[in-house]
Design a protein around this ligand. Structure first.
Ligand code: FES
Length: 75
């Protein structure tokens, strides 16, 4: 049982909400588009949450130019 727990832990995915910025996704992930196309297989990605990226779903830094403000604390 502890073996499977260890394996799950080493493959876990973490999503961190950045203050005034994107979602940082860490872990082995596939980013898949609405039509099922694999956009990226990676261990780290930054996903737009401000809505202004020209490269959605990825962050392109537009949140800074647009003055996106959200502390990222939830709620
Ligand atoms: S969060 Fe960076 S462009 Fe939207």
């Amino acid at each position: 049982m502890s073996e499977s727990t260890s394996q799950a832990s080493s493959e876990s995915v973490t999503i961190t909400v950045g203050a005034d910025g994107p979602l940082e996704v860490s872990g082995p992930v596939e980013i898949i588009s609405a039509d099922g196309t694999v956009l990226r297989e990676t261990s780290k990605a930054y996903l737009c949450r401000c809505g202004h990226s020209a490269n959605k779903p990825f962050c392109d830094g537009a949140h800074k130019r647009e003055g996106f403000v959200d502390a990222g604390l939830g709620g």
